[in-house]
Design a protein around this ligand. Structure first.
Ligand code: NAD
Length: 358
């Protein structure tokens, strides 16, 4: 009997329309279904599989539970011109965060800057997507996000989970691609622990503690009530930034902070500072300074001569080039879960049948 392939490689232009059909089957309108699918596939193209199409079963489950609501738009709660508070009404994050950034861009064009709080959105996924939307409009942006889900991250000095992975993101316009710093404030993302578990591999050292607070590399401690926790990145520094994400992203957005584990699942709140850096100092000088910085940091002796020194945002672009050429890797278990949902929702095509297995 041939071995089951571990991984399929699918082209983005095959995967995205198929995922869109799955969301159509789940009662999303055509535009919404396409927006969600393209956003998830872009995360895969950038190498962030933890925020790619593997999330589809969870999103569909969220719809069934009433946590993700199709067909929503942001509702303006407070409008002070350059300051806006928006309610995402539990709409799909891919839709309501895009609307929130469109409003931020419009206000920043009028006032030079905008501070926009978006609360009560279903999962807004890869935060870099929102920084990139601002950067395409020539705007710099900073995003603080909290997550309302059962806690998974211990506070620094604690041995029990109290927070979630609260991402932080900064985007700066630049040609040909913006600089994008975009990461969770936990040592690693939860999705990466799930990947280690699914592949029977240990989690990286320094990322997890078990229920007694002892360091472990066993990824299963995080799931099925084994009561382990992720640690914050960079010790107290990551923890402090996670708290800032609670206060700005959770509280000032008009949303809620993490308080107990009886939270709705996968709700995001985000505070975005969006501004026209070009108005603050001469754009030509900015380009010169950026080029000088790049040349300077990249001139350092490398720890591995085969590994280049990169700017934030560059690894994603490199992965995208490779994945557009070779296809997006989808683990067999993920393909199986996606197909089961597709069949349930009346989508009969199977893109994996013609995919290149490895
Ligand atoms: P990560 O640890 O892979 O770090 C990614 C960031 O580091 C990017 O900005 C990347 O350009 C930069 N980077 C990586 N390698 C680099 C190098 N060698 N040199 C320079 N820069 C480098 O990210 P993560 O913590 O695993 O997060 C993955 C994704 O998950 C992010 O898009 C994040 O927004 C998302 N996320 C979302 C939520 C949510 O609730 N919506 C929660 C947590 C994380």
């Amino acid at each position: 009997m041939p071995a089951t392939p571990a991984t399929f490689y699918l082209r983005a232009d095959v995967l995205a329309p198929w995922i869109a059909r799955v969301f159509r089957g789940a009662s999303c309108a055509e535009d919404e279904a396409r927006t969600i699918a393209e956003s998830l596939v872009q995360s895969n193209l950038y190498g962030h599989d933890s925020h790619g199409v593997g999330l589809v079963p969870m999103y569909l489950e969220s719809m069934r539970a009433g946590n993700a609501r199709p067909g929503q738009s942001v509702r303006v709660v407070v409008d002070h011109g350059a300051l806006l508070t928006l309610d995402g009404q539990r709409g799909f994050g891919q839709v309501v965060a895009r609307q929130a950034m469109a409003l931020a861009i419009e206000r920043a064009a009028r006032h030079g800057c905008a501070v926009v709080g978006l609360h009560n959105a279903h999962h807004i996924a890869r935060i870099g997507e929102w920084a990139e939307q601002c950067a395409r409009a020539g705007l710099t942006s900073v995003h603080f996000v909290n997550v309302l889900s059962p806690p998974m991250v211990a506070p620094w000095g604690g041995t029990e989970a109290r927070l979630v992975t609260n991402p932080f993101c900064v985007g700066v316009p630049h040609e040909p691609h913006p600089f994008v710093l975009d990461y969770a404030t936990s040592a690693i993302a939860v999705g990466k622990v799930k990947v280690a578990l699914a592949n029977g591999k240990p989690a990286p050292a320094g990322a997890l503690i078990d229920a007694d607070g002892n360091p472990t590399t066993n990824p299963s401690v995080l799931f099925d009530s084994m009561k382990g926790a992720l640690l914050p990145f960079a010790q107290h520094k990551g923890y402090a930034l996670a708290v800032v994400c609670e206060l700005l992203g959770g509280m000032l957005s008009g949303g809620e902070v993490q308080r107990d584990d009886k939270r709705p699942n996968t709700i995001n709140n985000m505070l975005s500072l969006v501004f026209a850096g070009d108005l603050m100092c001469d754009p030509g000088r900015q380009r010169q300074q950026t080029a000088a910085l790049g040349a300077w940091v990249k001139s350092a002796r490398r720890s591995d001569p085969n590994q280049p020194i990169l700017f934030p945002g560059e690894p994603e672009r490199q992965t995208e080039v490779q994945r557009r050429r070779d296809g997006i890797p989808i683990a067999a278990a993920t393909a199986e879960a996606l197909l089961a949902d597709a069949v349930r929702l009346g989508v009969t095509e199977n893109p994996f049948a013609a995919a290149r297995p490895m």
